[in-house]
Design a protein around this ligand. Structure first.
Ligand SMILES: [Zn+2]
Length: 212
């Protein structure tokens, strides 16, 4: 790639990584979830189930799966789907990270380990986590290419508990709570946008301390 720094945009941003949306920006913009990839992932799941059914059937019939044409055909199908899902995810993350790098500087983002979200081991969650860390990785190296700054927020910074208007700390909010009203200043808050604005404020504070 071209390593020339991009022109300054004087447009900083905070990013909250979400569940319904892939990411929510402090200016209110949302990065749509990978709807297409998600569809493909569902298809992959179905085909994988079919594959294991064929495996079970072969075992039941006392046949070697290596000689089972049906099983082998399905195995190839699943492998190809895997490849396509991976390619689409990569493509999505590449496009979205480049857009952000072009438009914003500095980009303030949570340190991922921080997220401490639902502690389950579901496939969907695992995929999301992988996507997020791939996304941050891409932002990091593209920032280097194009002369942008990425600021990572401390993992314990309570971005979803603070009111971005007055700073009131309202305590933990379970994930079902998408909107709340600040009891101190009565501002109605969208959970994700509020979080991304706090991330921006904290990020800019940290960024300024690194400037000469
Ligand atoms: Zn408030």
């Amino acid at each position: 790639p071209d390593f020339k720094p991009l022109p300054k945009t004087n447009q900083s941003v905070g990013i909250d990584l979400g569940i319904t949306d892939f990411a929510i920006l402090s200016d209110g913009r949302k990065v749509d979830n990978q709807r297409f990839t998600t569809k493909m992932e569902q298809k992959l799941k179905r085909e994988q189930r079919k594959l294991s059914r064929r495996y079970e059937q072969a075992k039941k019939d006392n046949r070697d799966v290596r000689e089972c044409k049906n099983y082998q055909k399905q195995r190839m199908k699943v492998a190809r789907l895997h490849e396509r899902v991976a390619f689409q995810r990569e493509d999505f993350l590449n496009k979205r990270s480049t857009e952000l790098i072009r438009h914003y500087d500095p980009i303030c983002i949570e340190n991922l380990n921080a997220k401490g979200m639902l502690k389950n081991h579901k496939l969907a969650k695992a995929i999301r986590d992988v996507s997020w860390s791939m996304f941050i990785e891409k932002l990091m190296y593209k920032a280097k290419w194009y002369g942008r700054n990425i600021v990572k927020i401390d993992r314990f910074y309570p971005s979803s508990q603070l009111c971005y208007v007055c700073g009131h700390r309202d305590g933990k909010k379970s994930l079902e709570i998408r909107e709340w009203t600040c009891p101190a200043c009565h501002t109605p808050l969208d959970r994700d946008v509020n979080a991304s604005r706090n991330i921006l404020a904290e990020g800019l504070r940290l960024f300024e301390t690194t400037q000469p």
